[in-house]
Design a protein around this ligand. Sequence first.
Ligand SMILES: [Zn+2]
Length: 381
Amino acid sequence: MRRSRKLRKEVIFVLIVIAGIFISNITISAYKEISKIKAYQMSVDGKVWFVVQDKLALENIIETYKSSYLKDIKENAEQVVAKFDQDIQITEVRVEKDTLISLEEAQIKITAIEKEATIYTVVSGDSFWAIAKKHDIPLATIINLNPNLDPELIFVGTKIVFEPKDPVLDVVVSFQTTMLEDIPYDTEYIKDASLYSGSRVVVKKGQEGSKEVTYGMSIRNGYVSETIVLKELEKVAPVGSVIRVGTMRTLSKTSNSNFGVVSGQLSSNYGWRNDPISGIRKFHNGLDIASNYGTPIYSYTNGTVSEAGWDNTKGYYVMIQHNGGIKTIYLHMSKVLVSKGQSVKVGQKIGQVGSTGYSTGSHLHFSVMKNGSYLNPWDYL
Ligand SMILES: [Zn+2]
């Protein structure tokens, strides 16, 4: 009996101890629960990044980082929206105080750079075009990544962005911007057989028009990633130009031994020279092309023979009147093959090289005149 009472006492003691442990456990967990505080957890794409205590300060850090990409956006930009590429969630949680991070740490995580920009430094002989080709990067990409560089003005040492920096949190700013741009004018070309081939006469001057172009732009992490035209509005219509283009074929110099009108070697140029016979310095109004006696001489272009015959100084000579007031003159021939009033075609044989008149050897003297003045034959041959 005594024994059983003692046993009962022991059982009660054990029960009390067990109950005590049980109750203290509840107390600890209750205490732990009480020690937890209200905080805010930032998750990126569903992954928890960190927890801070001050929600407003966290939102402020995120907003400030996002807004830093707005500072270079033009003032006249419209519908400006800055968005993160990633899904950022801030949720209220209860955590123990020691799991919180400071706002400074939070800011470092939010503004972290995953990969720094790839920069190229210009070396001697580089151009945008050559750099793009050498590094296999589209020229448009280089231009987009370096909006402040003038492709015509790069120097040794100029830094060119090849690949933009890649932050951990990507910010895309989209906006619309409207700009006034030129509208180029069209040119109508009219063939004109009264003008030498290669010559052009502006009949009507063209005038660029203008238009308002609205672009939709996307700037990713500070660099243009997309540009699309949303709207175009013509303000001033362009005025087309009209140009007459000569089609009259002429002969021309094809080599140092073929001057079109004759073949041979240049023996005296157009301009001032010492006269080979008198020794007096005087103006030479044409080209002397030394050539074998009897070499054919051809008409510079279509025209009408205005003079053909003999002169003591010119020897046997031909003058041909062409369209546009141009006259060509051929002197010192051995033989004249056309007569005054005859019309001639471009390249038609009109005579042969000789040394008649005031001449020191077998050659063709060729001159070009317009309205009574001598012109530089090189402008025509
Ligand atoms: Zn001459």
